[in-house]
Design a protein around this ligand. Structure first.
Ligand SMILES: Nc1ncnc2c1ncn2[C@@H]1O[C@H](COP(=O)(O)OP(=O)(O)OP(=O)(O)O)[C@@H](O)[C@H]1O
Ligand SMILES: [Mg+2]
Length: 454
């Protein structure tokens, strides 16, 4: 089946291939000025795009450019703030505009191009953005891969290497399994969401330190609020309890990162953190130009200190081998024409079996898309609508979200209005139990899904 031949993704973006593009790689450890340097170019350019991994980062750049007088729009799956005549965009990577030519593009956290779930969005942005000058910021592990991709696109590659702007020290010993010597400026990192609130309670029981919390399921606005509280030296929130959601580019005034554990549940089993994850997260301590000009890292359990030391001492983790891919709508339509009786999930399955890739690419994990495809298979929808719904930010395992997804899909099938009010019943009064909090987080995701689909 020729359609699953994914060996030439560079050719999927013919307009970008018309341009002579220059790729500038800004690589180095966390907190080394990579994004800062790339943004300087974006500020000076007349037109441009910043693509980041998190809505929060897109927001941060949107605000930063507007404050610096470089008017900028905001484009995320959930939010569009565009003004006439403004030709700069801060967006989440999935939303990178490929339909317009710009002078400068900045694609941040480029090492995410190898992410099992989302890598395809970075690949799409790198291959498809129509900019003559493209700044990629992230880990040095991407250099060989980007050089190989540039050979297929005909682009030139320049490499700028950066060093950490502030020293990062590994403490002599761990916390001996207790929070008695927790201090102002500490960030305790845990990988189990239910631990977050238990840890906060434990830390606050040691006296007068109050803790802010940041984790992935928290709405970005609440995350930004908690980050502001923690960063404000006069707020009384002296400690932060966070998940690995802090591992990417956020500017937090952390003096010391304390790893509650250095392994995490990957959806199937408990696995040790990779060297790169430990460096990304540990590297959040001691931010240039904040009140902590030196960063410290340690672990709650002394037994983990050895692995922490080894990780931070690793100079060159393994180079990234390949970039993630996801079939385009056009490819799915050709596939469907060849297999008219196949379900959408079945098409994705066949795609995975038949996809022929060369060594520089891999097919991203399509399981969550397949779950949503199965959930809505019985609803009469066009392939294009199915493709959009399956790509929407949702997760079929959450009962609130799957109920909403079915309702929204039915409305799209009937051509009626997407209605939200009769679906979301927000819990009244203070949220006291973890179940109620989870319910509130799910309703937030239903609202995000509604905004994304509108
Ligand atoms: N030359 C500079 N002048 C002033 N501030 C700077 C400079 N370089 C970096 N900074 C500031 O230092 C902090 C870290 O810089 P930046 O965010 O660019 O690092 P990074 O390498 O992208 O880090 P990360 O890997 O965490 O994303 C930021 O607050 C940034 O504004
Ligand atoms: Mg950065």
């Amino acid at each position: 089946m020729k359609f699953s031949d994914l060996r030439t993704p560079a050719e999927w973006y013919p307009e970008a291939r018309q341009l002579k593009r220059q790729i500038i790689l800004h690589v180095g450890p966390t907190n080394s000025g990579k994004t800062y340097s790339a943004l300087k170019r974006l500020e000076q350019a007349k037109t441009g795009v910043y693509s980041g991994p998190l809505r929060l980062l897109a927001h941060e750049v949107y605000e930063r450019l507007n404050i610096a007088g470089a008017a900028c729009n905001l484009l995320t799956g959930e939010e569009r703030r565009e003004s006439d005549g403004v030709e700069k965009w801060a967006c989440t990577v999935e939303m990178t505009p490929l339909n317009r030519e710009v002078d400068v593009a900045v694609i941040d956290e480029i090492q995410m191009i190898g992410d099992e779930q989302r890598g395809w969005a970075w690949t799409q942005a790198v291959l498809g953005v129509r900019a003559r000058e493209i700044h990629l910021c992230g880990e040095a592990t991407v250099i060989p891969l980007i050089q190989r991709l540039a050979e297929t696109t005909g682009d030139t590659v320049t490499i700028n290497k950066y060093d950490r702007l502030t020293p990062l020290h590994v403490e002599k010993k761990g916390f001996h399994n207790s929070f008695s010597n927790i201090q102002k400026g500490d960030c305790v990192v845990t990988f189990s969401r239910k631990n977050i609130f238990a840890l906060r309670k434990k830390i606050e029981s040691y006296g007068n330190l109050k803790a802010a919390v940041i984790y992935g399921n928290l709405p970005p606005e609440t995350r930004a609020e908690q980050a502001k509280l923690f960063n404000d030296p006069h707020s009384g929130y002296d400690v932060l309890v966070a998940s690995d959601a802090i591992g990417m580019g956020l500017n937090l005034n952390i003096r010391r990162v304390v790893f509650e554990s250095i392994s995490k549940f990957n959806g199937k089993e408990i696995v040790p953190l990779t060297m790169s994850q430990i460096k990304q997260i540990g590297g959040r301590a001691g931010r240039f130009k904040t009140q902590y000009q030196e960063g410290y890292v340690c672990t709650l359990n002394n037994g983990d200190m050895r692995r922490l030391r080894d990780a931070l001492a690793t100079v060159n983790p393994l180079p990234l081998a390949s970039a993630g891919l996801y079939p385009t709508l056009d490819q799915m339509e050709k596939f469907a024409a060849e297999l008219p009786n196949e379900t959408f999930a079945g098409l994705l399955d066949r795609f995975e079996q038949l996809a022929r890739l060369d060594g520089d690419y891999f097919l991203c994990n399509l399981s969550s898309q397949k779950d949503v495809a199965d959930l809505i298979q019985h609803i009469d929808l066009s392939l294009q609508d199915r493709y959009t719904l399956v790509a929407a930010p949702s997760n079929a395992d959450d009962p609130f979200i799957s109920k909403a997804m079915l309702k929204f899909s039915k409305a799209i099938s009937d051509g009626t209005e997407l209605a939200l009010q009769d679906m979301v019943t927000l819990p009244s009064g203070a949220v006291k139990s973890p179940e109620k909090l989870r319910e509130l987080e799910s309703w937030h995701k239903v609202i995000v899904l509604y905004i994304w689909l509108r």
